[in-house]
Design a protein around this ligand. Sequence first.
Ligand SMILES: Nc1ccn([C@@H]2O[C@H](COP(=O)(O)OP(=O)(O)OP(=O)(O)O)[C@@H](O)[C@H]2O)c(=O)n1
Length: 500
Amino acid sequence: MQKERTAYRQVLTDLLDPWPPEIGHALRRLDAEIGGIYLSGGTVRDRLLGRAAGDLDLTVARDAAGCCRALIGLLGGGAFVELGRSGEDVARVVWRGLTVDFAGFRGRAETIAEDLCRRDYTVNAMAVPFDSLGGGKEAELIDPLHGCDDLRQGILRACPGAYDDDPLRMLRGFRFMASLDFAFDAASLAEIGRCADLIARPAVERISYELGLIMDSPRACPTFRAMDGAGLLRHIAPELYAGVGVEQPEFHHLDVFHHSFAAFEQMEAIIAQPGRHYPQAAGRLDAYLAAGPSRRCLKWAALCHDIGKPAAQAVAFENGRITFHNHDEIGRRIFRLFAERLKWSKEERERTGQLIAMHMHPFHLCNVRRSEPLSKRAVLKLSQRAGADLDGLFLLAMADSLASRGEKKPPRMEAELVELFGQVLQIIAEDIRPVAVGPPLLTGDDLITELGLSPGPIFRTILQELEALRVEGRITAREEAIAWVTAFIADGAGDGAELP
Ligand SMILES: Nc1ccn([C@@H]2O[C@H](COP(=O)(O)OP(=O)(O)OP(=O)(O)O)[C@@H](O)[C@H]2O)c(=O)n1
């Protein structure tokens, strides 16, 4: 403890070190002019924790916007950003990529200590007066709720009335749990149980933002479990709770809800070490996971992959077995409504939905492979449909499989997935890519000009089918392609005729 205390002291003398000196000089001059500027909130918390410095959070008595404009004047540049949350005195300066936030005292607070007591968590309720910084002396720490002690012990303790003032703070707490690896104190957790339904009040964009940060942390699954335990998750994602108590066939050992969490947990572990599960594809999996929102989409897909099962559940008349026909497609639709409600970006919504809709494909192909060799056509269809998420699909299948431990589960399921993925990649590399490098035999324009067709969804079917026939070597020339399309249309393709 003594050692930690010394380290904290050290930081309190060097608080501004991570930021460019120009910022320190300009703020010092501003403080000399107006007085009463405090470093506060996340800035103090993160510096005391020795974490990388991010934004600068500053508190003043009032007129955050005026402070921003004055700072821009002193810096000789920077952009003013209106934060525009109604009733809050907050504003931002962005200068050379650095964010400086000013906030006036909250509510009717008249002193910094009163302002701090109106914040979310004690670990965020500390401030350092700007005029106590510098000169090699230890800065003064204003800490009315003993946040420093909580910080040392990794405790998230809500400030009095925190959740009634802003219910989003419940979710912020879980975000800090995920990002800082902190734990709630029992009273704060109980308070979340009491206030959970208030989470309907904040704007969904704020909720989505926090959920996204939780998903991006390496502790998303335990954090979601804690949100479930506290009674908060059911108010954010009630769709998941339709799976509680929904029994599954002998392939599984858990009901739908608990299986979904088990898959989520497996997914988080797989993401940490994808090469452990698919050694032959370690490099490409690392690249896939590093790109865009892949990790976030995969974790959501794992948690929601069976979200369609409660609605799809039926009992087969012949043998009394439980079935979930079409649960993947139904799941995609339920998920889409959830993601639209939370105003997700189109990319995240569609990629996650597509993973959910396709999560059974690798298992179907494993079934097929037990009785016949894997065809180029099957691999082409899979890779066309999965698009950028072919790798993700196999990671999701692995998580799903590892989360199922029922008596009737095929004994080599995970090994089969590894073999299948290996073969899929081999067929893509040896048979599909070399063919696909050339220009397509026909384009959408050709279908219009050469064949007089009107554009519509059938174009996609035709072009993908032509590609499959080309990969199989059954059509190699443009004339053959035109002849095939002509025959296909004449056969009544638009009326749902069978593809050859
Ligand atoms: N709903 C909120 C949001 C913020 N705060 C207070 O305002 C400070 C700054 O808020 P913000 O920048 O949003 O969060 P940080 O705690 O700085 O964390 P991060 O920057 O990692 O989001 C917080 O530390 C906290 O004291 C609060 O009390 N209630």
